[in-house]
Design a protein around this ligand. Sequence first.
Ligand code: 9D3
Length: 235
Amino acid sequence: MKIDVLTIFPEFFKEVFDFGIIRRARKAGIVEINIHDIRHFALDKHKMTDDRPFGGGDGMVMKPEPIFAAVEEILGTVDKANYPPGVRVILLSPQGARLNQVVAESIAHEADHAIVICGRYEGIDERVNEALVTDEVSIGDYVLSGGEPAATVLVDAIVRLLPNALGSETSAVNDSFSSGMLDYPHYTRPAEFRGMPVPEVLLSGDHAKIEEWRKAKALEKTLKNRRDLLDTDKE
Ligand code: 9D3
């Protein structure tokens, strides 16, 4: 899979994709991640990427021309109807559909080329959305300063789902949200730490009882922290 990130802060991504699963996936050729400076595609001599909003109001809006130019150079077209199959142009915006595991899976499994556009300022000229974007995505209901931190989250969620990205020691099958339930609590040595013992059942060697305990604890935690995951008709 190829992922191209468009940003006015390319430095933001200097090291963030250089660790763990993403680093290994890049080294193994499972994913190629390129960061592009939107300013590089600005047309005017001052390399302006933003301008004042038509209709008035506070703040600045990202201009369409540099983003169209970037997508045209990367894809060879700005005609959404004729994008090659497997192309997704993803706009990260507070107005997007909320990212979840199903969205991440649909991108990881159906796309071989993702262009990720990071917004800044108050927003992006809506013609970018209309003409270029296939998926408008938010990572949740809180305010970020821009799309860049959201892009790191999206890329991470996608890359770890690519075939062979998770070495043999890890598995995506048991992940929270795949099961619709949060994970059970984990413990390692020492068996007693600062007066806090590990639950005795985990030391018992009784695997049926351990399984039962883990299911109960997962349910308990889900009820406490994420009641919404247990609702029968979600979203
Ligand atoms: C005043 C209205 N605000 C929109 C809700 C303005 C505004 C806030 C934050 C405009 C842009 C931003 C920057 N955020 C993102 O670009 C963003 C984001 C987010 O803020 N939360 C969750 N997901 C995302 S994805 C991109």
